[in-house]
Design a protein around this ligand. Structure first.
Ligand SMILES: Cc1ncc(COP(=O)(O)O)c(C=O)c1O
Length: 423
């Protein structure tokens, strides 16, 4: 027995008892970073926490207290596994902004955050070894779910216009040729986490056509869609196709993640399974959170609130883009049209994962691109979040980061391991 293994057994007497599906479970690189990144002296460009200070907390607290008095025990009681009917009605107003006009409240299933929705859809669709096609790079939380169900993730590539249809079709064909069962495409079409890019409107019907051709379900994960920096909202994939798309969105980024309230819209057969899945995992989503969200939606101008968020996140994105141009012009990135993230390619010869401890010592944190792959790729990228720090903090964070990247680049130039000329 290796020393490592015996050490694990010593620390965990249940080491030999876990189901094989637990083997792939491990702490994400992002979680491991949280402890250091949240020290006050560190500018964190790492996490994806929304900035909540704009919420009307005082008025909201009073209204929630009133709601709790008026609703009696309802908020404290078990509820429906599908979710509160009033909230499901209110969600129809939100999805209309993304051109989904044909859904009914009965098509909506409330989940404990979209994270739980991703778990449910994978649980009901996938056997071990089934293929999920996912964008490359991929949302780290989805990767964790897919791993825990022992699925195989096959990458399809993106460019500045999001998922490339030919690459999607190629991934399906290759998997089928290998005798594999392709269960769904997992896509984040708007303001991708971590890549920052958005699927062009032209590509959306093309992707759906390919999915239909091979009878592959499309799982559209869209927590950022309303946080566009332009004066427009992109049509959801679900708005083109009610039969082949499972749509997920969440209140986490537009109101508050602490409520853990999100929703899915699915065709009837899948929706029934999702409700049963919700029942077996959690019995029902919490009434208290759902009614708090409804109180907010019923009493505040939530569209105006989202507009303010868009303005704020846009200014922060602009500040990051400017600072990158000033301090790290030798990096490459696409400026996002919305959302929270910038996906930055560092000069060749540099390693974002190896560089991270030096960055934290320089009091700035980011997420290494390796977190968004299952195969060790991604060391040539950093994910930088502009959602939480202020504009000044972002500028200072990028300045600090540039001192680390500059040093690394000088060393790489000295040893001839990069082709990049600095400044
Ligand atoms: C693409 C994507 N999907 C899902 C989630 C999870 O969201 P929720 O807070 O609703 O569980 C996140 C959170 O960062 C995300 O970025």
């Amino acid at each position: 027995m290796t020393e490592n293994k015996s050490q694990v057994i010593k620390n965990d007497p249940w080491f030999g008892s876990y189901a094989s599906r637990a083997e792939g479970m491990r702490a994400s690189e992002i979680r491991a970073l949280f402890a250091v990144a949240s020290r006050p002296e560190v500018v964190s460009l790492a996490g994806g926490m929304p900035y909540l200070d704009y919420l009307p907390f005082d008025e909201l607290s009073e209204l929630v207290a009133k709601m709790l008095r008026e609703q009696g025990t309802k908020a404290w009681q078990y509820g429906s596994a599908q979710g509160d009917p009033h909230l499901r009605e209110r969600i129809l107003d939100i999805i209309r902004l993304e051109h989904i006009t044909d859904a009914q409240a009965d098509d909506v299933v409330i989940t404990n955050g979209s994270q739980s929705g991703l778990d449910l859809i994978t649980r009901i669709m996938c056997n071990p070894g089934d293929v999920i096609i996912a964008e490359d790079p991929n949302y780290v939380g989805a990767l964790g779910v897919f791993r825990s169900f022992q699925t195989e993730v096959v990458n399809a590539h993106m460019d500045a216009d999001g998922l490339i249809p030919q690459s999607f079709e190629e991934a399906i064909k290759t998997s089928i040729a290998q005798g594999k069962h392709v269960k769904f495409l997992y896509t984040v079409p708007n303001f991708h986490n971590p890549a920052g890019v958005t699927m062009s409107v032209e590509r959306r019907p093309q992707i759906l056509e390919i999915a239909r051709k091979y009878h592959v379900l499309v799982v559209e994960d869209n927590p950022y869609g309303l946080l566009s920096f332009e004066d427009k909202t992109y049509p959801a994939l679900r708005s083109y196709d009610a039969d082949n798309v499972v749509y997920l969105s969440s209140f986490s980024k537009i109101i508050a993640p602490g409520m853990r309230v999100a929703w899915m819209i699915a065709p009837p057969g899948i929706r029934q399974k999702l409700v049963l899945g919700n029942e077996s995992a959690i019995l029902c989503p919490p009434n208290m959170s759902q009614m708090t969200i409804s109180t907010y939606l019923d009493n505040f101008d939530w569209k105006q609130q989202i507009k303010e968020y868009r303005g704020m996140y846009k200014s922060r994105c602009d500040a990051m883009d400017d600072a990158l141009h000033t301090y790290m012009p030798y990096c490459q990135w696409n400026k996002p049209r919305g959302g929270f993230y910038m996906w930055v390619k560092i000069p060749d010869g540099l390693d974002a994962k190896a560089m991270l401890p030096r960055a934290v010592t320089a009091r700035v944190a980011y997420v290494s691109g390796t977190a968004f792959y299952d195969n060790g790729q991604g060391a040539d990228h950093m994910r930088l979040s502009f959602c939480y720090p202020t504009e000044d903090e972002i500028r200072e964070g990028i300045r600090r980061l540039s001192t680390v990247v500059d040093d690394e680049l000088s060393t790489a130039q000295l040893f001839g391991t990069t082709s990049i000329e600095k400044h």
